[in-house]
Design a protein around this ligand. Structure first.
Ligand code: GTP
Ligand code: MG
Length: 296
C-alpha cells in the first residue's frame, strides 16, 4: 500500500537540439523509450518516461529540441509543444552541453518559467578534462538565469544521474503515483515501433534524408508470443527509395535487423519485422504528414 507521503510529478527536459535530452531521459529511467542520434531534431513528439521508486514517481517529459534557426510550420509546432510542456510541469531540467552556451541555448533560457524550479543540467562532461573550466562555465550559465540547482552529468555514461534524481525529488509534489509501478512510458508499442525505425533512419542515412521520411505501421499482429509487424517508410521520390534500400538491399536490411533487435528487447518477445520503402502518393500523404503534427 502507498502511504500518504508519496510524491509524484512531471519533470520537463528541455534544451536546444542535440544536447542529449533523450539520452538523459532514457538513462534516468533505465530503459530506452526515446530515440537518439547524432543529428539535431531527432525527437519530434513529447515522450513521457516514468521512473518509480518506493516513495516517489518521476514522470519525465522529453521534448523536441527547441529550434531557432529554421522558421517553418513544423518547427513552430515542435516549439509550441516545448512551450506547452513548460507551463505544465512541476520541475524543469534545462540541458546544456558542457562548455557550450550558444545563441540557441539562450533562446531556450528566455522561455524558462520564473515561478517553477529549473535545474541546470550540464551534460557531456566526459568531454571536458579541465575541472576549472567546467566551474567557470557553470558560473557563466548561472549569470543567465536563477537556477534552483545545478548538476553536472554524462547522460551517455550514466554518470551522476542518481545525484540528479536527488535534486529533483524535493520538487515533486505530494501525490499518489499516476502510473502503475512497472510502466516506463505512456506511449503505445505501435508508436515505439515506428520511433525505433525512425532512429535507424537517422543513424544510417545521410544528412537530409531522414527528415523527409515518415514511418507508418501497416500491419500489427500477435501470433502466440510473437509480434508480426510491417512498417512502411514513406519517401518523396524514387531516388530516395533507392538510397534507403541501398546496394543489393543492404541498407534496408541493416535498418530492419537493428530495429527488430531493439523491438525484441523493448517488447520482451520475438518480433517478425518487415520494413519497406514506399514512394508517397502526393496529396494524400501531405495531408497525412500535416495531421501527424496537428497542422490540419
Ligand atoms: N559524449 C557524450 N555524448 C552524449 C552524451 N549524452 C548524449 N550524447 C550524444 O549526443 C547526441 C544527441 O543525443 P540525443 O539524446 O539524441 O539529443 P537530444 O537533445 O534529445 O536531441 P534532439 O531530440 O534532436 O533535440 C547523441 O549522439 C548522443 O549519443 C554524453 O553524456 N556524452
Ligand atoms: Mg531528443
Amino acid at each position: 500500500m502507498m502511504d500518504m507521503n508519496y510524491h509524484c510529478g512531471f519533470v520537463a527536459i528541455v534544451g536546444r537540439p542535440n544536447v542529449g535530452k533523450s539520452t538523459l531521459m532514457n538513462h534516468l529511467i533505465g530503459q530506452k523509450v526515446s530515440i537518439t542520434s547524432k543529428k539535431a531534431q531527432t525527437t519530434r513528439h513529447r515522450v513521457n518516461g516514468i521512473h518509480t521508486e518506493e516513495a516517489a514517481q518521476f514522470i519525465f517529459v522529453d521534448t523536441p529540441g527547441f529550434q531557432t534557426f529554421h522558421r517553418n510550420a513544423l518547427n513552430d509546432v515542435l516549439n509550441q509543444s516545448v512551450k506547452d510542456t513548460l507551463s505544465d510541469v512541476d520541475c524543469v531540467l534545462f540541458v546544456l552541453e558542457a562548455k557550450r552556451l550558444t545563441g540557441a541555448d539562450r533562446e531556450v533560457i528566455a522561455l524558462l518559467p520564473k515561478h517553477r524550479p529549473v535545474i541546470l543540467v550540464v551534460n557531456k562532461v566526459d568531454k571536458v578534462k579541465d575541472k576549472q573550466e567546467l566551474a567557470d562555465f557553470i558560473e557563466e550559465c548561472r549569470a543567465e538565469f536563477e537556477f534552483a540547482d545545478v548538476e553536472v552529468v554524462s547522460a551517455k555514461h550514466g554518470h551522476r544521474l542518481a545525484d540528479l534524481l536527488d535534486k529533483v525529488r524535493p520538487h515533486l509534489p505530494e501525490s499518489l503515483p499516476l502510473y502503475p509501478d512497472d510502466m516506463i512510458t505512456d506511449k503505445s508499442e505501435r508508436f515505439l515501433a515506428t520511433e525505433i525505425v525512425r532512429e535507424k533512419l537517422f543513424r544510417y542515412l545521410g544528412e537530409e534524408l531522414p527528415y523527409a521520411m515518415t514511418v507508418e505501421v501497416e500491419l500489427w499482429e500477435t501470433e502466440g508470443e510473437m509480434y508480426r509487424i510491417h512498417i512502411a517508410v514513406l519517401v518523396d521520390r524514387d531516388s530516395q527509395k533507392g538510397i534507403l534500400i541501398g546496394k543489393g538491399g543492404e541498407k534496408l536490411k541493416k535498418i530492419s535487423t537493428e530495429a527488430r533487435l531493439d523491438m525484441e528487447q523493448m517488447f520482451e518477445r520475438k518480433v517478425f519485422l518487415k520494413v519497406w520503402a514506399k514512394v508517397k502518393s502526393g496529396w494524400a500523404d501531405d495531408v497525412r504528414f500535416l495531421k501527424e503534427f496537428g497542422l490540419s
